[in-house]
Design a protein around this ligand. Structure first.
Ligand code: ADP
Ligand code: MG
Length: 344
């Protein structure tokens, strides 16, 4: 029933991320295309077996908002996972190639992600832990689904032991070491939605430079590009429980960024960004170039309360104006997805 590695023929690369590469494959047995993800797992055979066992939970995850699962197996030093091919790719790919996503479509993306999160939590008690535009996928049938959720504790551990993906979609409380809750996913959703609507990561300006609060008047354009998916070596990744709020010190650090500590200036800028997320007001859905409907602005605010207790739950967010009164149909989404891949 489950797909095996020998059923698959490699077609083309779909992308690569933290510790994973994704390939489009042809399934000879079933005569259809699928996506195969290889994750480097540097662990003992017993741990690998445990991971493969834990991944079987994905077999029970059946929802129109969750990318389908077909099987997993060991591939030398990797764990291979075969999933549904989403032919319009990730929303990260889509906005980088096509620019900002229309706010009405962003609303439908929000709705799909919320349904996916609620399904995972209510049915399987799973918290996603890695909501970001590259883990939200679309197809030309107008469907939007989430992938790469934390099903396997062992897999999360073993990736953490090699590299920690310092995702800057992380909520302030997570950065400060609090455990994951579904509210952390809501924060990550809010950041992702701003990114899609603006066509850029919300903590950077249009040149890709970091954007700090208004007190930040020095215009030393050092051209440091922030990669929201950059990784940090584990030893710099201890949850920072006592983040210094002294702005003078922060400024000093920024000034010294060009002559960086850990080589490259990149590591430094990520730490700055994590401090920024913890200490400064949350980003808003706002652009000088475009205006957005008030109910979408309010929705994003509801996702981005820094206090997780104030932040709305996925159920409450589904009931908001913006989501409940959307006029966008599945056909509209189909047309949109087709337009992003430039075919019909
Ligand atoms: P990340 O999510 O950090 O980008 P991944 O290894 O999970 O890293 O995925 C790499 C890329 O592969 C994604 O950004 C996306 O473009 C592509 N991808 C992943 N899964 C699929 C899929 N099921 N269908 C189509 N493209 C996919
Ligand atoms: Mg991914």
């Amino acid at each position: 029933e489950l797909v095996k590695d020998e059923d698959l023929e490699i077609l083309s690369d779909l992308g690569a991320g933290n510790g994973g590469t994704v390939t489009k494959v042809w399934n000879k047995k079933r005569n259809c295309v699928m996506a195969r993800k290889l994750i480097l797992v540097d662990a003992k055979p017993s741990v690998r077996k445990q991971i493969l066992r834990e991944l079987q939970i994905m077999n029970d995850c059946n929802s129109p908002y969750i990318v389908g699962y077909y099987g997993c197996f060991p591939v030398d030093v990797h764990v291979g996972i075969v999933i549904e091919l989403m032919d319009a790719g990730s929303l990260n790919d889509i906005y980088r190639q096509n620019g900002p996503v229309h706010i009405e479509v962003v609303g439908k993306i929000a709705e799909a992600v919320l349904h996916g999160l609620i399904y995972l939590y209510d049915v399987h008690r799973i918290i996603h832990r890695d909501i970001k535009p590259s883990n939200i996928l679309a197809n030309t049938n107008g469907e939007i689904k989430i992938c790469d959720f934390g099903v396997s504790g062992e897999l999360i551990n073993s990736i953490a032991n090699t590299f920690v993906g310092t995702s800057t979609y992380m909520s302030p409380e997570r950065i400060q070491g609090a455990p994951y809750t579904i509210k952390s996913d809501v924060w990550s959703l809010g950041i992702s939605l701003i990114e899609l609507a603006l066509g850029r990561f919300p903590f950077t300006d249009s040149q890709g430079n970091e954007e700090f609060s208004e007190d930040d008047d020095d215009d030393d354009d050092d051209g440091v590009q922030h990669d929201p998916d950059a990784t940090l070596p584990l030893n710099t990744q201890k949850p920072n429980l006592n983040i210094e709020k002294d702005k003078k010190e922060k400024k000093e650090k920024r000034k010294s960024k060009g002559v960086s500590l850990a080589g490259g200036g990149h590591t430094m800028s990520i730490l700055d960004l994590l401090q920024h997320i913890v200490n400064e007001p949350a980003p808003k859905l706002y652009s000088k170039k475009r205006s957005f409907p008030q109910n979408s602005v309010v929705f994003i605010e509801d996702c981005l309360y820094k206090d997780p207790n104030q932040r709305k739950s996925p159920q409450d967010l589904l009931a908001t104006d913006w989501i409940a009164n959307s006029k966008v149909t599945q056909d509209d989404l189909k047309a949109w997805a087709l337009s992003t891949i430039g075919k019909d």
